[in-house]
Write a protein that binds this ligand. Structure first.
Ligand code: DGL
Length: 277
């Protein structure tokens, strides 16, 4: 009997480009699967938008990814994970796709952060939206109630990165400013989460302004390992993910514009297609 050919890629969603830093690590950890990356770059950034708007946009994109064959979707965006994930998982999935799953990027990081701190003081650098949502405070409390968490919003970092201005003097000013503001809250912070998928691009510059003993955690590899572990623990979901090593990129904006910035984030040439919402 001829084997049924299936295309059920894992969907990786982000407001724009940042999720590509996560996709890269996921593909490297789990190269056997098919992936669709969807960047809602026409409506990015999400970081300064309201709960309602981020939820509405994220849900719309998740539904598109389901329609494109995905059984499992990762919200590779902290802002969307903070503001939309819980509602999608608890309210929408049971109605629209009870056997499908949507995961985020916050939990895998908060599950391990305690192992990286000796002082018990940890920092979170994120967008205004992620910080205001207090999702990191709530999630870390579940796994490591003894930890003290200090948050710092860094609203200038995403625009500086997206406009390729992060190698300039002006960028140094804003990188130092937010790092200093975080450390001024508590000088004994010894572990810091990069709670925005854009920030790995300026990781070395952030490190420069942090005390030497501070462990700076970038999410890509943590999320990739978390996904591997999830697929091992959930064979019923794993068997719904097709394995032909196909990788397709979609943007809600112009593919030419997306591809230019996307290649910088992904570290390889990206050729995307337009998706009409
Ligand atoms: N990708 C988003 C995050 O990780 C940042 C970009 C945005 O504000 O849309 O929070």
């Amino acid at each position: 009997m001829e084997e049924k050919k299936t295309y059920q890629p894992i969907g990786i969603f982000d407001s724009g480009f940042g999720g590509l830093t996560v996709l890269k690590e996921i593909v490297s950890e789990l190269p056997q699967y098919d992936y669709i990356y969807l960047g809602d770059s026409a409506r990015a950034p999400y970081g300064s938008r309201s709960f309602e708007t981020v939820y509405e946009y994220a849900l719309e994109c998740v539904e598109h990814l389901f329609n494109m064959g995905c059984h499992l979707v990762v919200l590779a965006c902290n802002t969307a994970s903070a503001k939309a994930l819980r509602t999608i998982q608890q309210k929408d999935l049971p109605k629209i796709a009870p056997s499908k799953r949507v995961l985020g990027v916050i939990r895998p990081t908060t599950e391990i952060i305690g192992k990286h701190s000796k002082t018990g003081h940890v920092g979170v650098l994120g967008t205004q939206g992620t910080v205001n949502s207090e999702s990191y405070l709530v999630e870390i409390e579940k796994f490591f109630p003894e930890l003290k968490v200090y948050q710092q919003a860094c609203p200038m970092w995403v625009p500086l990165i997206e406009n390729s201005e992060f190698d300039n003097e002006g960028a140094e000013f804003f990188i130092k400013k937010y790092v200093d503001e975080l450390m001024a809250q508590q000088k004994n912070i010894d572990a810091v989460i990069l709670a925005c998928t854009h920030y790995p691009l300026i990781q070395d510059k952030i490190k420069k302004y942090l005390p030497k003993n501070v462990d700076l955690l970038s999410q890509g590899s943590i999320v990739a390992k978390g996904l591997k572990d999830y697929l091992q623990r959930h064979p019923e979901i794993e068997k719904e993910c097709s394995k032909n090593k196909l990788l397709n990129f979609y943007t809600t904006d112009l593919p030419e514009t997306f591809d230019k910035a996307a290649s910088l984030f992904y570290g390889e040439i990206v050729k995307s297609q337009h998706l009409d919402l």
